[in-house]
Write a protein that binds this ligand. Structure first.
Ligand code: ZN
Length: 106
């Protein structure tokens, strides 16, 4: 972006974030990456590919568990305190479906 150090120092937090974002966009452009999706621009911006993308969905159960725990903590009124709360997630093998379902006889 070409700012001097004193120009940089004069920027407020919002303008610095904006300037850094512009640098990121320039860097993505220079690398041939799409600034919208992060993919290869020559591919995702090629009109020939307009209807060629097949989208599938997968569910992240770790994210789901975090979202549900945060909703529960906030409560029905949504006012539960989340300030300063760190989210720590661990996978408990004893709670896996495969560990809690009765084993079928073979
Ligand atoms: Zn793209």
């Amino acid at each position: 972006m070409g700012l001097s150090m004193s120009q940089w120092d004069d920027l407020d937090e919002h303008d610095r974030a904006y300037a850094l974002a512009l640098d990121l966009v320039d860097a993505e452009d220079a690398a041939g990456r799409c600034t919208c999706c992060g993919g290869v621009a020559a591919e995702c911006q090629n009109p020939d590919n307009q209807h060629a993308y097949v989208v599938t969905f997968r569910r992240c159960f770790r994210t789901l568990a975090v979202m549900e725990a945060e909703e529960k903590r906030r409560g029905k009124d949504g006012l539960g305190d989340m300030k300063g709360v760190l989210t720590v997630v661990r996978l408990d093998p004893a709670l896996k479906k495969s560990a809690t379902r009765p084993q079928s006889a073979k």
